[in-house]
Design a protein around this ligand. Structure first.
Ligand SMILES: *Cc1c(COP(=O)(O)O)cnc(C)c1O
Length: 386
């Protein structure tokens, strides 16, 4: 057994990135400033999108997006329940109604047919999730949304560097990225909205900084115009220069880090192929490049003879950390109790919610670390069979 704990994720931070953050600390300008502007430009260039807006989190990005689209009471927003709860929380906090769609059993993504079946005259927005680093099938989803005049905001928290039909996620439509420390690049906490809609870009830019008609940092002013006035009430979600300086260094290494993730993921697939109790997710059939944000497997609880939570605990006792992405949102306490969602509503989501776990995967993980994971899994399964 390993004698040190292997976390399921760990950010990769280099000395130049630490220096860049230190330089910001020494510069006298800590909040939104020149680094934030450059990070937005470099991010927009990376995903091939005309506009990018830096934020304190992906969740903050979803908040200003829902506000910008005027989502409120009486509106329905279609989202998978197999997602991070922030989206669902914000829909409810906006006074709107989340409408959950089931996901494909092996990719954990909702397709256009499932989404179309959930559309009603009240549907205002669809929030597809690019899951674990693979892209959702956006072609048909965009097409149905366009025909019916419904908005689409892509949850791209897992999709930095992901490609769909030869284009990076973010190169089309409106996407929200996250730079939480477990994501493919990090700024500590942070997020980015990318959009092709110039009006939407202006609106979220304003809403993320008090609703002032200016940004937090004006390059001519080298600060914020003191005459700025509130155009509409806004929030306070502007990214700091401390975070942006780290983000710029991370973004420059994004493709390299994704290649490390990819090599480890393919090695996991080979090693796990012989284990009947462990079922990795499958690649979607459409042309894509996977960014391998997460390596998710499902435990065959009948074959293994233990439930998923016990399995995760057994791995933890062997110094192997795991993650859970995600427990179905509609089965969490508030959504069951206050909104009446019940088991049975989304069979494939629930089946996965009971069986999924994320194995350690991060750029600086070694093959020896990975061998420890495989050994621990074999050990737990063998012990349960006795
Ligand atoms: C991480 C994550 C978010 C939220 O991002 P934050 O930056 O942590 O607010 C949203 N959706 C999904 C699917 C995520 O994994």
């Amino acid at each position: 057994m390993r004698n040190t704990f292997l976390p399921f994720s760990k950010p990769s931070i280099t000395e130049p990135e630490i220096q860049a953050v230190a330089n910001v600390l020494r510069s006298g300008w800590l909040a939104t400033g020149p680094n934030a502007s450059r990070f937005e430009e470099e991010f927009a260039a990376y995903v091939h999108c005309p506009a990018a807006v830096g934020l304190t989190s992906g969740t903050g990005g979803m908040h200003v997006s829902l506000k910008a689209l005027g989502i409120g009471p009486g509106d329905e927003v279609i989202t998978p329940s197999m997602t991070w709860v922030s989206t669902v929380n914000l829909i409810v906090l906006a006074g709107a109604t989340p409408v959950f769609v089931d996901v494909d059993r092996d990719t954990l993504m909702a397709d256009a047919a499932r989404i179309e079946a959930a559309v009603t005259p009240r549907t205002k927005l669809i929030v597809p999730v690019h899951f674990a680093g693979a892209p959702a099938d956006m072609g048909p989803i965009r097409e149905l949304a366009r025909k019916r005049g419904i908005g689409v905001i892509e949850d791209a928290a897992h999709a930095l560097g992901t490609e769909y039909r030869g284009k990076r996620i973010g190169a089309e439509g409106t996407c929200i990225f996250s730079f939480h420390p477990i994501k493919n690049i990090t700024t500590g906490e942070g997020g980015m909205i990318t959009t092709h809609d110039a009006e939407f870009a202006d609106r979220v830019r304003r809403l993320k900084f008090h609703g002032l008609g200016v940004d937090a940092f004006d390059r001519q002013m080298q600060g914020r115009s003191p005459q700025a006035e509130v155009v509409e009430p806004g929030f306070k979600y502007n990214i700091t220069d401390i975070a942006a300086a780290l983000g710029r260094g991370q973004l420059a290494r994004a493709d390299e880090m994704n290649r490390f993730r990819s090599a480890l993921a393919l090695r996991y697939r080979e090693r796990l192929a012989e284990m009947d109790e462990i079922m990795p997710l499958k690649d979607p059939p459409w042309p894509m490049l996977h960014s391998w944000h997460l390596f998710i497997v499902r435990l065959d609880i009948d074959r293994a003879g233990i439930d998923r939570d016990t399995f995760m605990n057994c791995l933890k006792k062997r110094n192997i950390g795991t993650g859970l992405h995600f427990r179905a949102a509609h089965l969490q306490r508030y959504y069951r109790q206050a909104m009446g969602f019940k088991r049975g509503l989304l069979p494939d989501t629930e089946w996965n919610s009971d069986r999924i776990l994320s194995l350690p995967l991060f750029p600086d993980m070694t093959e020896a670390d990975q061998d420890d994971v495989i050994c621990a899994i074999k050990d737990v399964l063998a012990e349960k069979k006795q």
